[in-house]
Design a protein around this ligand. Structure first.
Ligand SMILES: [Zn+2]
Length: 185
């Protein structure tokens, strides 16, 4: 057995990192790709990591930015400034993630247990709660079979007309307030 795991989220289903000049490059199914400097990895060895770091790294992957480099500076200073998203904001973040994965209105999208950072959720349990909340609000459709699959680790869902209206209104409200849309997410 190996003790190989992601230094950020402790995911054990991960390939060995590649060694680069600036540190080790991991590619984690939960966090996405990132480079971590040796001192930062040492710092993380004996403590549990903030789930927001996974979400922040995953955002880089989601928006096709360069994989971030995790240094001790990031761990000590940047982490403090990460947002504390409200429950409603986490719902919006997940709706945006489903929207990005939707080929055409009505198309189904698969969300799995490794996708919880997309909603800045702490774990898959929180993601399931957010998914069910969106269903209860009538924003997404999940059939009974898929409701059961949620507990296994994935769900097929699609955005309903109410959900599209919700996403459209977010943009409009935002435009009215500031002149530019802050919901780039
Ligand atoms: Zn990870």
């Amino acid at each position: 057995m190996t003790d190989l795991k992601c230094p950020i989220c402790s995911n054990t289903s991960i390939k060995p990192p590649t060694i680069e000049v600036a540190g080790k490059k991991y590619d984690c199914g939960i966090c996405g790709a990132f480079l971590i400097a040796v001192p930062a990895e040492e710092t993380l060895k004996n403590k549990s990591c903030d789930y927001k770091l996974s979400a922040w790294i995953r955002e880089h992957h989601e928006f096709k930015r360069e994989p971030p480099k995790i240094t001790t500076y990031i761990l000590e200073d940047v982490l403090k400034n990460f947002p504390d998203h409200k429950v409603s904001e986490k719902q919006t973040l997940l709706m945006r993630a489903i929207e990005r994965r939707t080929d055409y209105p009505g198309a189904e999208v698969r969300i799995n247990d490794q996708d919880y950072p997309l909603a800045w959720a702490k774990n898959y349990e929180e993601l399931k709660f957010i998914i069910r909340s969106l269903k209860e609000r009538g924003f997404i459709y999940i059939n009974d079979a898929n409701e059961d699959r949620l507990n296994i680790g994935f769900v097929q869902t699609k955005i309903l007309p109410n959900g599209w209206d919700y996403l459209d209104k977010l943009t409009i409200t935002c435009l009215h307030k500031s002149g530019i849309c802050c919901y780039v997410i």
